[in-house]
Ligand binder design. Structure first.
Ligand code: CA
Length: 98
């Protein structure tokens, strides 16, 4: 089974204990209805590994208090780690007003 390993090379978004203002959320699948792997703003595990070959990334931010940025990298892990044609990371940006 092929999976995706995601690493945050940089992660410095506005801090809130539950990352309620600015966050990056990873989902184990092709959309935000998929199981959530985690939501992060300032700290994340060294690596986050999906169960499947697609990870959906959502960046949410509000309209105030910017901090730094996030930079993530990813690679296929598991059998056949060159990646299938359909394996991908989708990213969507959501802006919301608090
Ligand atoms: Ca903010």
């Amino acid at each position: 089974m092929q999976a995706i390993e995601v690493r945050f090379d940089e992660l410095s978004l506005e801090y809130e204990p539950y990352c309620g203002y600015d966050s990056v959320t990873l989902y184990d699948g092709s959309n935000a209805n998929s199981p959530e792997l985690g939501a992060y703003c300032t700290a994340a595990p060294d690596s986050i590994t999906s169960a499947g070959a697609t990870v959906f990334v959502v960046f949410e931010t509000d309209l105030t208090a910017n901090d730094g940025r996030f930079l993530l990298s990813w690679s296929f892990v598991g059998q056949g780690n060159q990646g299938p044609p359909g394996g991908l990371i989708c990213t969507i940006v959501i802006l919301h007003c608090h």
